[in-house]
Write a protein that binds this ligand. Structure first.
Ligand code: MN
Length: 296
C-alpha cells in the first residue's frame, strides 16, 4: 500500500510559512507521530525566520530536528537551549509546559528544520514536563546515505531520545547518487517525506511537498536518489487511542482542551517563558469548535 498525500502550506508564528504533512485529511497520525511541519530550506532576511512566541502544550512531545540554521528554545522550566544542525530538541509537555522558539539571527540567515509532535499514550500524558537537547545522535553511512537515527532504532543503533511508545524517526541524506534498503519493523506503519532534492521511495518519485504513506506489515523500504537529496522516514505502532488535537494541545476530551486554553489565557498553570523577542500567543476561542477525534 502506497498513498501519496500532498502537504499543505500553513503559517506559524512570525509569518513563517511551512509545509504541514501531518495531520491531514487522509492520515491524521503515523504511529504516535501526530504532527509534521517542514520549514525551509530557505534564506530569510532581517527579522524573518522562526519567531514563535510563548505558547503552551499538553499531552505531547515536541520533536525538533535541525538541518540548517539555529533556533533558541526557551521554556517555562527555565531552559534556554540553542539548537544547531545535527541536533534534536525534545520537549515533553506532559500535563503542561510553555515555550518559545526564535531563530538565532536577527540579521537574517538560513533555516531548514522539521518539527514533529508525538502524542503521549494515556498512561504518560499527565507526566511532569521535561526538556532535553540531544547533540549526538547515531550516524550510519550506508549506500551513499548518511543515516541519522533521530528516534527509535535502525541498523543496530538506538537514538537516546526518550519517547513513550514504539516509534522510529530517520534522516537520510545523500550528497550524490545513493541507494539503500532500510529494514523496517513490520508491526509499525511508516511514511516518508523528501526534505530536499528528489528521491525514489519504493519506486515512487518524490519531491518535497508529498508525504508517501507506506502502510504497515512492511519488512523493508527501498530509497534512492540520482543527486543530492534528503529524506525523512517516520514510523510507529499504530496509535490505539483516539486523540483530540486542537491548537497546541493533545487530549482525549473537549473539556480538557477548554480548560487548558482558559488556563493559558488567564496566565495560570503553565508558568512564564522569559527572554523571547516574540509576542506571547493567545489561545483561540474554543467555543463552537467541532472537536473531531483523530485516529490513525
Ligand atoms: Mn510549540
Amino acid at each position: 500500500m502506497l498513498e501519496r498525500i500532498e502537504t499543505r502550506a500553513a503559517e506559524i508564528g512570525g509569518g513563517l510559512i511551512i509545509a504541514r504533512a501531518l495531520p491531514n485529511r487522509r492520515r491524521r497520525m503515523v504511529g504516535a507521530w501526530c504532527f509534521l511541519d517542514h520549514a525551509g530550506p530557505m534564506e530569510f532576511a532581517r527579522g524573518g525566520g522562526m519567531g514563535v512566541g510563548p505558547h503552551p502544550h499538553i499531552g505531547l512531545q515536541t520533536f525538533t530536528w535541525m538541518i540548517e540554521g539555529a533556533v533558541i528554545h526557551r521554556d517555562s522550566l527555565g531552559n534556554e537551549q540553542r539548537i544547531t544542525p545535527g541536533q534534536v530538541n525534545l520537549m515533553t509537555a506532559g500535563r503542561g509546559i510553555a515555550h518559545a522558539e526564535d531563530s538565532d539571527s536577527a540579521a537574517g540567515g538560513r533555516l531548514h528544520a522539521v518539527q514533529l509532535w508525538i502524542a503521549l499514550p494515556d498512561a504518560e500524558r499527565h507526566r511532569a514536563p521535561a526538556f532535553r537537547n540531544y547533540p549526538d545522535l547515531p550516524l550510519v553511512e550506508l549506500g551513499g546515505f548518511s543515516v541519522r537515527v533521530l528516534a527509535g532504532s535502525a541498523f543496530g543503533h538506538t537514538s537516546p531520545a526518550e519517547v513513550y511508545s514504539p516509534l522510529v524517526g530517520l534522516d537520510l541524506a545523500a550528497a550524490g547518487p545513493a541507494s539503500i534498503s532500510v529494514p523496517l519493523t513490520a508491526s509499525f506503519e511508516h511514511a516518508a517525506l523528501v526534505l530536499s532534492g528528489a528521491a525514489s521511495v519504493e519506486g515512487e518519485e518524490l519531491t518535497p511537498g508529498t508525504l508517501l504513506y507506506l502502510g504497515s506489515a512492511r519488512e523493508r523500504v527501498a530509497l534512492g536518489c540520482e543527486a543530492a537529496a534528503r529524506i525523512m522516514l517516520v514510523g510507529g505502532v499504530p496509535f490505539g487511542e483516539d486523540i483530540l488535537l486542537w491548537w497546541n494541545f493533545v487530549a482525549r476530551h473537549a473539556q480538557e482542551i477548554e480548560q487548558a486554553a482558559r488556563d493559558w489565557n488567564t496566565g495560570q498553570r503553565f508558568g512564564a517563558v522569559d527572554g523571547s523577542p516574540s509576542a506571547r500567543l493567545t489561545a483561540p476561542e474554543v467555543a463552537g469548535l467541532h472537536l473531531r477525534p483523530a485516529r490513525s
